[in-house]
Design a protein. Structure first.
Length: 367
């Protein structure tokens, strides 16, 4: 930070609540009079009329490009071609993480700003400055940092609390909770992140998020689809969508990710069958108890988290993803951690390997 490192925060403006969709037209009109709408093809029929009505009322013309699959060059390049053909002045992203990430990269390549309308609470993609990019075949590439963060996010509760499947919200809760143990690991173990005001604030935010979701996430999940306006549900949704994106931005280049998110990258590159079956947050959750163990957390804390994950029906070890232990698999996995996280100390790598029973089997067989 003192060396002139860029501090990148998340979306410029964030609206959340029931009935806030009218803000979409206002925000879009500030950026231009013609929009490329990058919309998740699966969710689009449920929200199309309301989205386009808001844009039309604000005098914003539009062209719709339907997204499916993943955020990859084939997809965002096609979106860019569509936008260039209509000389758009902004991009509107509508959908979950893949659609929002694709919209942000498309906006970046078109040289315009983006407005996000998330329909899923499974990730913080709508608010985050970065996009998570994959190859066209599904392999993990890394973080794509756009020139600007989203100009605005319009988090309409009728889409999120009523339309988002509870499984996706559960995955978002776990993904948000991962920030605390992963940020903590990066501060205290490999010392990838210097102890300063910024790292301290990120850790404090991550800690508040972790405790909120651990204590109330299950209750908030039960409120999904109830039609009730509840401050607890709103807080938990905001933690998953906006606060987690802020923590990631404060990490200045990936220091919010440690073991759990590196293993997610491993699944993308070596076990595509897992990626097809499980959500991002579920894959992150499968090694979160292990991340706590690697941090030196008391066994009671590990058990508490494991019990919470089971109540949310989220995998809490690799065996629950369908991975059976073998020496070859263990070697492949830890070699990936060593090179990609990275683990630069042989002593640290050996320490992590000594805890592998927890990674593969959970606390029942781990010690």
């Amino acid at each position: 930070m003192k060396d002139g490192e860029l501090i990148q925060l998340c979306a410029g403006r964030y609206y959340q609540g029931r009935g806030v969709l009218f803000r979409l037209g206002e925000e879009a009109a500030l950026l231009g009079n013609k929009a490329l709408v990058v919309a998740d093809a699966e969710i689009w029929p449920q929200v199309e009329e309301r989205i386009l009505h808001r844009l039309s009322d604000a005098g914003v013309d539009f062209v719709v490009w339907l997204f499916s699959g993943r955020c990859c060059p084939a997809n965002y390049s096609e979106a860019v071609v569509t936008g260039m053909a209509r000389s758009v002045g902004l991009v509107v992203g509508v959908g979950g993480g893949g659609a929002c990430d694709t919209a942000k990269i498309a906006a970046d390549k078109l040289g315009v700003r983006a407005v996000m309308v998330p329909t899923s609470a499974a990730t913080c993609a709508a608010c985050a400055w970065l996009s998570v990019e994959y190859t066209d075949q599904g392999g993990f590439v890394g973080n794509y940092w756009t020139q600007y963060p989203p100009a605005a996010v319009v988090a309409e509760l009728e889409f999120l609390a009523e339309g988002c499947p509870p499984r996706y919200f559960a995955a978002g809760i776990v993904d948000a909770m991962a920030k605390l143990p992963e940020v903590s690991y990066n501060i205290y173990y490999p010392a990838r992140w210097k102890k300063n005001l910024f790292s301290h604030c990120a850790k404090e935010l991550a800690g508040e998020t972790y405790q909120l979701l651990l204590e109330h996430g299950e209750e908030a999940l039960a409120l999904m689809g109830s039609g009730k306006d509840d401050s607890l549900l709103e807080d938990c949704l905001c933690a998953c969508l906006q606060v987690t994106g802020l923590i990631s931005a404060m990490a200045c280049g990936g220091k919010q990710a440690a073991i759990s998110h590196t293993l997610y990258s491993y699944f993308c590159n070596f076990h595509p069958q897992i990626v097809q079956q499980f959500l991002h947050g579920e894959m992150v959750g499968s090694s979160l108890v292990y991340q706590l163990a690697a941090n030196g957390a008391p066994r009671e804390e590990q058990l508490h988290l494991e019990d919470f994950l089971r109540r949310l029906k989220v995998p809490c070890c690799l065996q629950e993803l369908g991975l059976t232990y073998s020496s070859a698999l263990s070697h492949e996995l830890f070699s990936f951690l060593e090179t990609r996280m990275p683990v630069t100390s042989s002593q640290e790598l050996a320490r992590l390997r000594r805890l592998e029973d927890i990674l593969f089997y959970g606390t029942a067989q781990g010690s």
